[in-house]
Design a protein around this ligand. Structure first.
Ligand code: GLP
Length: 249
């Protein structure tokens, strides 16, 4: 596959709280210098403490989100925005309901769209019209997925509906009452969409992510490990804790 052109910046923190604070500060610094910044946001267990820190900064340090615009990476197909396991619900619960972001400025793909191709194109158009994403937050799946781009996702993929890998369904079952309730498809920004962000920060914490992080940074850049495709972007920072760094050379 394409030769990796760039090495990511690596920030190793002593624990997940410090890693989360580091990421929150990156977003806060951006918002303080550019009040109408366009943020790319992620869901999952990993970013929860970073969002908590942003909420604290809003309350205690007057961090102002009133002109900020956000685009989330992905959503489950079939879940309504008010479904407690939907990513829209997650964002309201962990961030949007606790800061002064304008609801109309927050974007999450629509898991109920009956024309997902059209919806995907429209989502990409909205990102472009907003001026593109300045700073995109990512997590990483155990299998190297970013957003819902599972292994095999092409480097030029765009916002689209995808089948979730069995590994992803199992990992996310902890948020549902049973594994049968986990949707089998997601609508996700593509790798190509993500790589168009001007800066990317990937947050990974815990030993469970160590192997995926190692392959992303030190492995070949190829679609079998989607996060390794980030090597093709000139401005990526991995903010990880000691546990997630434990497999690095
Ligand atoms: C999910 C999301 C990803 C997230 C990943 C890891 O399925 N679609 O955006 O990065 O899995 O999640 P967690 O942070 O809970 O480990």
């Amino acid at each position: 596959m394409t030769k990796p052109a760039h090495s990511p910046t690596l920030v190793v923190c002593r624990d997940d709280q410090h890693a989360s604070e580091t990421v929150a500060k990156m977003f806060a610094d951006l918002i303080r210098t550019q009040a109408d910044a366009v943020l790319g946001l992620a869901t999952g267990g990993t970013p929860v403490p970073a969002y908590r820190e942003l909420v604290r900064m809003h309350r205690e340090e007057a961090l102002d989100f009133s002109d900020v615009v956000s685009f989330n990476l992905d959503e489950y197909v079939g879940l309504a925005p008010d479904h407690p396991q939907s990513f829209r619900y997650f964002m309201q619960e962990h961030l949007f309901d606790h800061i002064n972001i304008a609801p109309a400025n927050t974007h999450v793909p629509d898991g109920l769209s009956n024309d997902s191709d059209e919806h995907g194109r429209g989502y990409e158009k909205k990102i472009a019209e907003a001026g593109g994403i300045e700073l995109q937050l990512l997590g990483i799946g155990h299998n190297g997925h970013i957003a819902f781009n599972e292994p095999g996702s092409p480097v030029d993929s765009r916002t689209r509906v995808v089948d979730l890998a069995e590994d992803t369904v199992q990992a996310n079952a902890r948020f549902f009452e049973s594994i049968e309730q986990v949707p089998r498809q997601g609508i996700t920004m593509g790798i190509g969409t993500i790589l168009e962000s001007r800066r990317i920060v990937l947050l990974a914490t815990g030993s469970g992510k160590a192997e995926a992080v190692q392959r992303a940074i030190e492995g070949p850049s190829e679609p079998s490990h989607p996060a390794s495709l980030l090597q093709q972007h000139p401005s990526v920072t991995f903010v990880i804790d000691d546990a997630a760094a434990s497999h690095l050379a």
